[in-house]
Design a protein around this ligand. Structure first.
Ligand SMILES: Nc1ncnc2c1ncn2[C@@H]1O[C@H](COP(=O)(O)OP(=O)(O)OP(=O)(O)O)[C@@H](O)[C@H]1O
Length: 542
């Protein structure tokens, strides 16, 4: 993430350069102002108008510079933020499927919303503001140093002491900010779960139980925010006290130097009017530094969430499936629960396999291993003799199509939901629609293929959803089709017809996990595999 943040470093420097010019103009105007005041006290008319006009001119230039600065800052922030968000989302989509599934999606949502928002406000903007404050600080140092170096020395000592003090005071706030970010992540996850369970909560009147839990969690989060608020207020009050003390010291020293004749009255006004730029950076640093540090830690959290723990080196590019897939002594366990043990199996190209077995027997796990969602704990899966864990995901996924139990629909037209945004000829699309048994459905739709599927398929039935998934898979032109309970929402006749069509496709290897056994089609399979008791057995060979 840090690398992505640094990509817009050029924009940051350009904007800060404009900030430097603005501060320079501001410093120069302070000197003009001092001269103006001193001329007034000396009752000298010549030169007065000239300085006054110059002041008006530079005030206008300063206005333009500051407008430019705010435009540049806005552009820099937007661009950096967008870069980070797109990088993160791309990273999420590069995760191993099983590792993505292991986490709740809410965690990623919370990272993209809460955490990247915090990074925007506290880190991107924080660093910018701090840098700007220090630029104006150094410019004013040069200006005051030019007037009286002793006063500058005194002011600097006082300011630096105060800066250290403020920083030391802000320690407890840093810790609280970090804790709150973790709480937000959990809270967002919890809310997504509750809203995801909307139907079951409504139907079973579970709201009272949910409300109790919701109140506890909300309260806990609010208490943490309140604690941050309380601690921060106390720390800011202490910091204000030190600032007031510093102001008092600086005023006293300046006035004393005027009495000694080492500083003109205009000089005192210059110091006092720029005092904020002198102590501002230390004040800002104490306020922003804890935020910057805790937001900086979020980079590590975000990077960690994108890491794939299984890092087998994938270096083989697969050019289509040619001969066979072999499972060689494959074992897999979810923690202590061993689901497959020493499984040996051979799947030949264009073969048709029906996979059956009791619920919880391990059928889906077998499919997940074959889909490369995760790797076996022991043994190997060989695709045309190459170890599947060494084959790149991109090239392998191109060879397989999946019809899973959960079918996602985009809020888009039926056409785009079928083609998944690829260029597909009308002829091919019509054939896939027919083979997936969607012909009548499309004909009846008033908008045909241009009908919009709403809200993840709210306006279509479960059976239509499965058929859309089957059509998608047929349009994929992949070598292997993996079906996981694809027919369970279909009536018997429709399921039979679609299954028959799929099994008649000669250039397709089919692995079908199904509880629904269609007797008329059973002999169309080359092999029926039975998965149970950690084993995969062949029930019958055609
Ligand atoms: N992600 C997971 N984490 C932990 N255990 C899991 C996970 N997925 C499945 N299991 C367990 O692994 C075993 C096999 O599950 P699997 O889903 O492979 O069975 P299945 O034969 O496909 O079942 P069904 O026919 O009910 O879909 C079950 O005991 C299940 O509880």
């Amino acid at each position: 993430m840090n690398k992505v943040y640094k990509k817009t470093f050029g924009l940051l420097l350009a904007a800060l350069f404009v900030g430097l010019l603005s501060s320079g103009i501001n410093g120069y105007m302070s000197l003009l102002m001092r001269d103006l005041v001193d001329l007034t006290f000396a009752s000298e008319k010549p030169g007065f108008m000239g300085i006054a006009l110059r002041l008006v001119f530079f005030a206008f230039v300063l206005f333009l510079m500051q407008t430019l600065l705010s435009v540049m800052k806005g552009y820099y922030r937007r661009k950096t933020n967008l870069n980070l968000k797109t990088y993160y989302l791309r990273g999420v989509f590069n995760k191993n499927i099983n590792e993505f599934n292991r986490e709740s999606t809410a965690k990623y949502v919370s990272h993209i919303t809460n955490d990247l928002n915090t990074i925007d406000l506290d880190y991107i903007d924080g660093i910018f503001e701090l840098a700007l404050a220090f630029i104006s600080f150094f410019v004013i140092i040069i200006v005051i140093g030019g007037i009286n170096i002793e006063i500058l020395g005194i002011i600097l000592v006082v300011s630096v002491l105060m800066g250290f003090l403020s920083n030391a005071l802000s320690g407890p706030v840093k810790k609280l900010f970090l804790e709150r970010s973790g709480l937000y992540e959990k809270y967002t996850g919890y809310l997504s779960e509750v809203l995801g369970a909307f139907r079951i909560i409504r139907v079973n009147n579970l709201y009272d139980r949910i409300e109790h839990n919701f109140r506890d969690r909300s309260l806990h989060l609010q208490q943490k925010s309140y604690q941050i608020e309380k601690t921060s207020t106390f720390i800011y009050a202490l910091q204000n006290f030190t600032i007031n003390l510093t102001v008092l010291i600086v005023i006293s020293v300046s006035v004393y130097y005027t009495i000694l004749g080492k500083l003109s009255f205009g000089g005192v006004i210059l110091i006092l009017s720029n005092f904020q730029s002198l102590i501002g950076p230390f004040q800002r640093a104490s306020e922003l530094f804890p935020r910057i540090v805790s937001a900086r830690n979020l980079f590590t959290t975000l990077d960690d969430s994108l890491k794939n723990r299984e890092n087998a080196s994938e270096h083989i590019h697969m050019e289509g499936f040619r001969e066979r897939i072999e499972l060689d002594g494959v074992s897999y366990a979810y923690g202590e629960n061993r689901v497959l043990e020493e499984v040996n199996l051979s799947v030949r190209k264009n073969g048709k396999y029906l996979i059956v077995g009791p619920s919880g027997g391990g059928k889906s796990t077998l499919l997940k291993l074959l889909r490369k969602y995760f790797s076996p704990d022991r043994g190997r899966i060989l695709v045309d003799g190459q170890n599947l864990s060494e084959i790149t995901k991109e090239s392998f996924f191109r060879s397989i199509s999946n019809v899973e139990q959960q079918v996602f629909m985009f809020d888009d037209t039926l056409r785009n939901n079928l083609t998944l945004y690829r260029d597909i000829t009308e002829e091919k699309l019509t054939r896939a629609i027919r083979e997936a048994g969607l012909g009548m459905f499309v004909e009846k739709l008033p908008g045909g293929l241009d009908t919009v599927i709403e809200d993840n398929g709210r306006n279509i039935s479960g059976g239509e959803r499965s058929r859309i998934a089957i059509a998608r898979a047929l349009l994929n032109d992949s070598d292997i089709l993996i079906l996981d309970e694809a027919f369970q929402s279909l009536d018997y006749d429709t399921a039979r017809e679609i299954e028959r069509t799929i099994l008649s496709l000669e250039q397709l290897t089919v692995l079908n996990v199904s509880h629904i056994i269609i007797k008329e089609n059973r002999n169309l399979y080359n092999q029926v595999l039975y998965v149970d008791n950690r084993k995969v057995e062949t029930l019958e060979n055609a």
